[in-house]
Design a protein around this ligand. Structure first.
Ligand code: S3P
Length: 178
């Protein structure tokens, strides 16, 4: 597996509310490298918010933009890249992510994710009626996809700082995982 010394990016995947953005920022701060948030890249490229993209173009339109945003990061090196929770559902995104660097799955139980998501504001797939059941089903469907990551890190009950430390330990050269 790739490690940090190769100047590769670290790609964080995981369900909504798994802490990709918070952990990603902390990881980037500790490693003193840039942080890139894929959702923010999509918003910037589209000139629309995520709820606006979903409303105008549907999930399909959003997924297309997500792949384009990922492609636009091809030259990114030595950064932490936090992706959106659904990036794993498009097969084409996998080689793009793997080209960037090691793919790290931030695992969170549904209960933890729901607490972190709150009312789901700004997340079109996470608001509205019956969201707990819907998100539970979505998480189960996506689980095997997340588990294709190079590294799986648990986040339940851990601070972003502790999760970031674990990722660094595992990806450092000489670590038993690398
Ligand atoms: C999505 C997750 C969101 C965002 C969009 C779709 C998903 O990102 O990309 O609302 O399909 O799980 P976060 O995982 O950062 O919330």
């Amino acid at each position: 597996m790739s490690n940090l010394s190769e100047g590769k990016a670290i790609v964080l995947i995981g369900f909504m509310g798994s802490g990709k953005t918070t952990v990603g920022r902390e990881l980037a701060r500790r490693l003193q490298i840039p942080f890139v948030d894929l959702d923010s890249v999509i918003i910037e490229q589209a000139g629309m918010t995520i709820p606006e993209i979903f409303a105008r173009e549907g999930e399909e339109g959003f997924r297309h933009r997500e792949t384009q945003a990922l492609e636009s990061l091809y030259a990114v090196e030595g950064s932490v890249v936090a992706t959106g929770g659904g990036v794993v559902t498009v097969e084409e995104n996998w080689p793009l992510m793997r080209d960037l660097g090691p793919v790290v799955y931030l695992h969170a139980r549904l209960h933890t994710a729901l607490q972190r998501i709150g009312e789901g504001e700004g997340r079109p797939l996470a608001n509205g009626m019956g969201r707990e059941t819907r998100l539970g089903t979505l998480l189960e469907l996506r689980k095997p996809l997340y588990e294709r990551a190079d590294l799986i890190v648990d986040t339940d009950g851990l601070t972003p700082s502790a999760v970031a430390r674990t990722i660094i330990d595992k990806l450092q050269p000489g670590s038993h995982r690398c």
